[in-house]
Design a protein around this ligand. Structure first.
Ligand code: FES
Ligand code: FES
Length: 218
Protein backbone atom coordinates (compact mmCIF):
# COMPACT_ATOMS: atom_id res chain seq x y z
CA UNK A 1 0.00 0.00 0.00
CA UNK A 2 2.70 2.39 0.90
CA UNK A 3 6.35 2.75 0.14
CA UNK A 4 6.88 4.99 3.10
CA UNK A 5 9.00 2.45 4.95
CA UNK A 6 12.02 4.28 3.71
CA UNK A 7 10.56 7.49 5.03
CA UNK A 8 11.54 9.28 1.84
CA UNK A 9 9.64 12.49 1.24
CA UNK A 10 7.46 12.30 -1.83
CA UNK A 11 8.47 14.79 -4.42
CA UNK A 12 12.01 15.19 -3.14
CA UNK A 13 13.36 17.30 -0.29
CA UNK A 14 14.92 16.15 2.93
CA UNK A 15 14.24 12.46 3.47
CA UNK A 16 14.07 10.71 6.83
CA UNK A 17 17.17 8.78 5.89
CA UNK A 18 18.91 11.94 4.73
CA UNK A 19 17.94 13.71 7.92
CA UNK A 20 19.28 10.88 10.09
CA UNK A 21 22.50 10.82 8.08
CA UNK A 22 22.86 14.56 8.65
CA UNK A 23 22.20 14.20 12.35
CA UNK A 24 24.65 11.30 12.49
CA UNK A 25 27.40 13.36 10.87
CA UNK A 26 26.66 16.29 13.16
CA UNK A 27 26.66 14.02 16.17
CA UNK A 28 30.02 12.55 15.22
CA UNK A 29 31.51 16.00 14.76
CA UNK A 30 30.04 17.24 18.02
CA UNK A 31 31.21 14.14 19.88
CA UNK A 32 34.73 14.43 18.53
CA UNK A 33 34.85 18.10 19.46
CA UNK A 34 33.52 17.44 22.93
CA UNK A 35 36.07 14.68 23.46
CA UNK A 36 39.00 16.89 22.44
CA UNK A 37 37.78 19.74 24.64
CA UNK A 38 37.36 17.39 27.58
CA UNK A 39 40.88 16.03 27.10
CA UNK A 40 42.30 19.56 27.05
CA UNK A 41 40.50 20.64 30.22
CA UNK A 42 40.58 17.32 32.03
CA UNK A 43 36.77 17.45 32.31
CA UNK A 44 34.59 14.35 32.02
CA UNK A 45 34.05 13.72 28.26
CA UNK A 46 30.51 14.15 27.01
CA UNK A 47 29.00 10.81 26.05
CA UNK A 48 27.69 10.30 22.49
CA UNK A 49 24.25 9.55 23.95
CA UNK A 50 24.18 12.87 25.77
CA UNK A 51 25.20 14.72 22.62
CA UNK A 52 22.56 12.84 20.63
CA UNK A 53 19.87 13.74 23.11
CA UNK A 54 20.83 17.41 23.08
CA UNK A 55 20.76 17.64 19.29
CA UNK A 56 17.55 15.70 18.91
CA UNK A 57 15.74 17.76 21.54
CA UNK A 58 16.01 20.96 19.49
CA UNK A 59 12.64 22.43 18.63
CA UNK A 60 11.71 24.06 15.36
CA UNK A 61 8.62 25.79 13.98
CA UNK A 62 6.91 23.92 11.16
CA UNK A 63 3.92 24.71 9.01
CA UNK A 64 1.86 21.77 7.81
CA UNK A 65 -0.94 21.98 5.28
CA UNK A 66 -3.56 19.67 6.73
CA UNK A 67 -6.90 19.11 5.06
CA UNK A 68 -6.37 22.29 3.06
CA UNK A 69 -5.47 24.55 5.98
CA UNK A 70 -2.00 25.65 7.10
CA UNK A 71 -1.21 24.82 10.73
CA UNK A 72 1.91 26.20 12.40
CA UNK A 73 3.34 24.45 15.43
CA UNK A 74 6.62 23.98 17.25
CA UNK A 75 7.97 20.44 17.35
CA UNK A 76 11.15 18.61 18.23
CA UNK A 77 13.19 17.77 15.18
CA UNK A 78 12.50 14.08 15.87
CA UNK A 79 8.72 14.52 16.05
CA UNK A 80 6.91 12.31 13.57
CA UNK A 81 3.98 13.48 11.50
CA UNK A 82 1.81 11.10 13.52
CA UNK A 83 2.88 12.69 16.82
CA UNK A 84 2.35 16.15 15.38
CA UNK A 85 -1.18 15.26 14.30
CA UNK A 86 -2.22 13.51 17.48
CA UNK A 87 -0.30 15.24 20.26
CA UNK A 88 0.12 18.75 18.89
CA UNK A 89 -2.99 19.28 16.76
CA UNK A 90 -5.46 16.98 18.52
CA UNK A 91 -6.24 15.21 15.23
CA UNK A 92 -6.60 11.83 16.88
CA UNK A 93 -8.52 10.13 14.06
CA UNK A 94 -5.18 8.91 12.74
CA UNK A 95 -4.28 6.03 15.03
CA UNK A 96 -1.03 5.00 16.71
CA UNK A 97 -0.59 1.25 17.01
CA UNK A 98 2.79 -0.21 16.04
CA UNK A 99 4.77 3.02 15.50
CA UNK A 100 6.98 1.16 13.00
CA UNK A 101 5.24 0.96 9.64
CA UNK A 102 3.78 -2.49 10.05
CA UNK A 103 0.04 -2.02 10.73
CA UNK A 104 -1.17 0.91 8.58
CA UNK A 105 -3.35 2.37 11.36
CA UNK A 106 -1.63 5.73 10.94
CA UNK A 107 -2.19 5.97 7.16
CA UNK A 108 -2.66 9.50 5.83
CA UNK A 109 -2.34 10.91 2.33
CA UNK A 110 0.69 12.97 1.42
CA UNK A 111 0.20 14.64 -1.94
CA UNK A 112 -2.42 11.98 -2.64
CA UNK A 113 -0.21 9.05 -1.76
CA UNK A 114 -0.92 6.74 1.17
CA UNK A 115 1.90 6.86 3.71
CA UNK A 116 2.42 5.73 7.29
CA UNK A 117 2.58 8.89 9.38
CA UNK A 118 4.62 7.16 12.08
CA UNK A 119 7.54 6.88 9.63
CA UNK A 120 7.65 10.49 8.43
CA UNK A 121 9.13 13.40 10.31
CA UNK A 122 6.83 16.39 10.69
CA UNK A 123 9.69 18.48 9.31
CA UNK A 124 9.69 16.44 6.11
CA UNK A 125 5.95 16.80 5.62
CA UNK A 126 6.21 20.56 5.17
CA UNK A 127 5.19 21.69 1.72
CA UNK A 128 3.03 18.60 1.20
CA UNK A 129 -0.72 18.42 0.97
CA UNK A 130 -1.67 16.27 3.97
CA UNK A 131 -5.08 14.62 4.14
CA UNK A 132 -6.32 12.93 7.29
CA UNK A 133 -9.53 11.10 8.10
CA UNK A 134 -10.89 14.30 9.68
CA UNK A 135 -10.86 15.96 6.25
CA UNK A 136 -13.10 13.45 4.46
CA UNK A 137 -16.63 14.17 5.66
CA UNK A 138 -18.40 17.33 4.48
CA UNK A 139 -20.08 18.46 7.67
CA UNK A 140 -22.49 15.72 8.70
CA UNK A 141 -22.29 14.02 5.31
CA UNK A 142 -19.87 11.12 5.35
CA UNK A 143 -17.54 10.60 2.42
CA UNK A 144 -18.81 7.75 0.19
CA UNK A 145 -15.98 5.52 1.40
CA UNK A 146 -16.86 6.17 5.04
CA UNK A 147 -20.53 5.56 4.24
CA UNK A 148 -19.70 2.27 2.53
CA UNK A 149 -17.66 1.08 5.52
CA UNK A 150 -20.61 1.92 7.75
CA UNK A 151 -23.16 0.14 5.56
CA UNK A 152 -20.99 -2.94 5.11
CA UNK A 153 -20.33 -3.21 8.85
CA UNK A 154 -16.64 -3.16 7.97
CA UNK A 155 -15.40 -2.63 11.49
CA UNK A 156 -15.54 -4.03 14.97
CA UNK A 157 -13.29 -2.08 17.36
CA UNK A 158 -12.69 0.48 14.60
CA UNK A 159 -9.07 1.11 15.47
CA UNK A 160 -7.81 0.12 12.03
CA UNK A 161 -10.66 1.82 10.18
CA UNK A 162 -9.25 5.31 9.55
CA UNK A 163 -6.12 3.74 8.06
CA UNK A 164 -8.12 1.42 5.81
CA UNK A 165 -10.35 4.28 4.68
CA UNK A 166 -7.42 6.54 3.82
CA UNK A 167 -5.65 3.71 1.98
CA UNK A 168 -8.89 3.07 0.07
CA UNK A 169 -9.15 6.74 -0.82
CA UNK A 170 -5.61 6.78 -2.20
CA UNK A 171 -6.40 3.67 -4.23
CA UNK A 172 -9.72 4.85 -5.70
CA UNK A 173 -8.36 8.34 -6.44
CA UNK A 174 -5.54 6.80 -8.46
CA UNK A 175 -7.45 3.83 -9.87
CA UNK A 176 -11.26 4.25 -9.85
CA UNK A 177 -11.87 0.68 -11.05
CA UNK A 178 -9.44 -1.63 -9.25
CA UNK A 179 -9.74 -5.39 -9.55
CA UNK A 180 -10.15 -7.45 -6.35
CA UNK A 181 -6.46 -8.32 -6.53
CA UNK A 182 -5.52 -4.66 -6.87
CA UNK A 183 -7.68 -3.84 -3.86
CA UNK A 184 -5.97 -6.52 -1.81
CA UNK A 185 -2.55 -5.33 -2.90
CA UNK A 186 -3.36 -1.70 -2.09
CA UNK A 187 -4.62 -2.60 1.38
CA UNK A 188 -1.92 -5.16 2.12
CA UNK A 189 -0.10 -2.73 4.42
CA UNK A 190 -3.13 -2.43 6.69
CA UNK A 191 -3.89 -4.94 9.43
CA UNK A 192 -7.25 -5.55 11.08
CA UNK A 193 -6.83 -7.50 14.29
CA UNK A 194 -10.60 -8.03 14.46
CA UNK A 195 -10.50 -9.83 11.12
CA UNK A 196 -13.12 -7.81 9.26
CA UNK A 197 -11.34 -8.16 5.94
CA UNK A 198 -14.25 -9.59 3.94
CA UNK A 199 -16.51 -6.72 5.01
CA UNK A 200 -13.75 -4.22 4.24
CA UNK A 201 -13.38 -5.60 0.72
CA UNK A 202 -17.18 -5.40 0.31
CA UNK A 203 -17.05 -1.77 1.44
CA UNK A 204 -14.31 -0.91 -1.03
CA UNK A 205 -16.37 -2.48 -3.83
CA UNK A 206 -19.44 -0.52 -2.78
CA UNK A 207 -17.50 2.75 -2.58
CA UNK A 208 -15.96 2.04 -5.98
CA UNK A 209 -19.37 1.61 -7.61
CA UNK A 210 -20.81 4.68 -5.89
CA UNK A 211 -17.90 6.96 -6.71
CA UNK A 212 -18.21 5.87 -10.34
CA UNK A 213 -21.84 6.99 -10.30
CA UNK A 214 -23.30 3.48 -10.24
CA UNK A 215 -26.02 2.07 -8.03
CA UNK A 216 -24.82 0.54 -4.78
CA UNK A 217 -27.92 0.51 -2.67
CA UNK A 218 -27.35 -0.05 1.04
S1 FES B 1 1.25 3.04 13.72
FE1 FES B 1 2.16 3.58 11.83
S2 FES B 1 2.11 1.73 10.68
FE2 FES B 1 1.39 1.13 12.65
S1 FES C 1 -11.92 -3.40 13.43
FE1 FES C 1 -10.65 -3.85 15.14
S2 FES C 1 -8.64 -3.82 14.31
FE2 FES C 1 -9.93 -3.65 12.59
Amino acid sequence: MTDSNSGDKPGGGLSRRGFLKGVGAGTLAATAGAGLAARATGAQPTTPAAVDAKILRGTVPVTLKINGKPRTLTVETRTTLLEALRAHLDLTGTKLVCDRATCGACTVLLDGRAVTACMILALDAQGCDIQTIEGLAAGDALHPIQQAFLECDALQCGFCTPGFIMATKALLDANPAPTPDEVRAALSGNICRCGTYNHIFDAVEKAKVRLAGGDATP
